[in-house]
Ligand binder design. Structure first.
Ligand SMILES: C[S@@+](CC[C@H](N)C(=O)[O-])C[C@H]1O[C@@H](n2cnc3c(N)ncnc32)[C@H](O)[C@@H]1O
Length: 354
């Protein structure tokens, strides 16, 4: 396909995802107001200009995403690689799941988890229905719907945001692009990999690298394994572990990524996670953290963030919004990080001193 046509297709696809997501959210809200009015949470009116700022930030994100594909940071096919078939099949399940979600919202019960799980295997902060998800992170049903839910939440921009860490990572560690020699493999760990969307991007950009994904949820790892196995490329190693204590020796990894996790951790766990990343990295290794924007860098989205905290069950997001990630990185031992904002995500890149 000629480049201009491919770019137009990409933009149309993303706009389509955005319009679909907005329509879904609008219908969901109307249904909630009708079916469970006592479960509706009061939200704040957005600041003037916030919607325009969102559109502008999204356009810029997509432009950068396309440009990085063009520049060969990752193959342009990656921009079209959503699991469409799965999403189409799973979309009706989202609606079928709604009554259970409304019921939990009505009861204000955010610790409604499968009875079969062994609660002692998880830290207390984890045992919740994050984003109001049925079963929290602890079932195959939840894992099957997660990506679609995140995609809708971010109006189709979840993967373009995740891809923002690829260029800076490659620039910080040029070895990632070539893979090094086989006796000294380049290793990347994706902390809290969930269903593996970040590993999918990493594998496409750095095909020679040895990838490891870790998460506390066995069900999410199972889903990650299934998706990654369906596509070409080396299979990453999947490890069920707490990001506060990952079972690898010191200095095992060249790079570590951590996407959309920190806002779901209480502050001490956030600090522990950064310390653990430091321990796991080789001297000179790089940590890339991508998470929600914070009001100090993105004041135009302050109300949007506050509404997100109110509507979706995010018990630690309020604290995250005021937390200084740079301080955690500094206290863990990292050199002064760089940071940048892309749409609704903030990216920090920090190096372990040699
Ligand atoms: C919002 S999801 C993000 C998943 C993935 N990184 C992504 O970009 O979609 C948060 C993930 O963190 C995992 N998680 C939360 N706390 C954890 C912990 N202490 N240790 C390991 N994984 C954790 C959850 O199981 C879930 O898969």
């Amino acid at each position: 396909m000629p480049a201009t046509l491919a770019k137009l297709t990409y933009q149309a696809l993303q706009k389509g995802k955005g319009a679909f997501s907005l329509a879904h959210k609008e219908i969901s809200l109307r249904l909630l107001k009708t079916m469970a009015p006592d479960a509706v949470v009061k939200t704040l009116p957005l600041e003037p200009g916030a919607i325009q700022a969102l559109h502008d930030a999204m356009d810029l994100l997509l432009e950068r995403d396309w440009q990085d594909g063009e520049d060969g940071i990752y193959p342009t096919e990656l921009l079209f690689s959503s699991p469409w078939k799965d999403w189409v099949v799973r979309y009706p399940l989202l609606w079928l799941d709604s009554p259970a979600t409304w019921d939990r919202l009505r009861r204000r019960d955010f610790q409604d988890l499968p009875e079969t799980i062994n609660r002692q295997h998880y830290p207390a902060y984890y045992l919740r229905n994050f984003h109001n998800q049925t079963d929290g992170y602890l079932s195959d049903r939840s894992a099957a719907l997660y990506d679609l839910q995140v995609e809708i939440l971010f109006n189709g921009a979840a993967d373009p945001m995740r891809r923002r860490l690829l260029r800076p990572l490659k620039q910080a560690l040029p070895r990632l692009g070539v893979g090094g020699n086989p006796s000294q493999p380049v290793r990347i760990l994706d902390l809290a990999t969930g269903t593996g969307r970040t590993m999918h991007q990493l594998r496409a950009a750095f095909p020679h690298v040895q990838l490891v994904g870790c998460d506390l949820s066995e069900a999410y790892l199972r889903q990650a394994g299934r998706w990654l196995a369906e596509r070409p490329g080396k299979l990453p190693q999947l490890v069920q572990a707490n990001v506060e204590a990952v079972p690898f020796v010191d200095g095992w990894f060249d790079a570590i990524t951590c996407v959309f996790l920190l806002h779901e951790l209480p502050r001490p766990a956030r600090a522990n996670c950064m310390k653990e990343a430091f321990r796991l990295l080789k001297p000179g290794g790089v940590l890339a953290v991508l998470d929600s924007v914070q009001p100090k860098d993105s004041p135009q989205f302050k109300v949007l963030s506050e509404n997100f905290r109110r509507v979706y069950h995010e018990p630690f997001y309020g604290d995250y919004m005021a937390d200084a990630i740079e301080t955690h990185l500094d206290q863990a031992g990292f050199a002064v990080p760089t940071s940048e904002t892309h749409f609704l995500a903030r990216l920090w890149l920090a190096r372990k001193p040699t």
